[in-house]
Design a protein around this ligand. Sequence first.
Ligand SMILES: [Zn+2]
Length: 69
Amino acid sequence: MINIINCPKCGSDNIIKGDLLSPGGVVFAPECQTEPIRIFSGLTALACRSCGTVFGFELTDKPEKLTCK
Ligand SMILES: [Zn+2]
């Protein structure tokens, strides 16, 4: 069964997947972590080519490793 993803805003199925990038890289780190070295994960997201909505953010690393000490 093919799982078609539709844009949550306009309903288009013209969706592309990509990484979230900036010059330093974009990561997700739990805010409860206060240690100098924080454990974090990269992110991927889906974008609608029709209206530009970005949605469907997912961690690229295993969520269970993002624990707070
Ligand atoms: Zn859309």
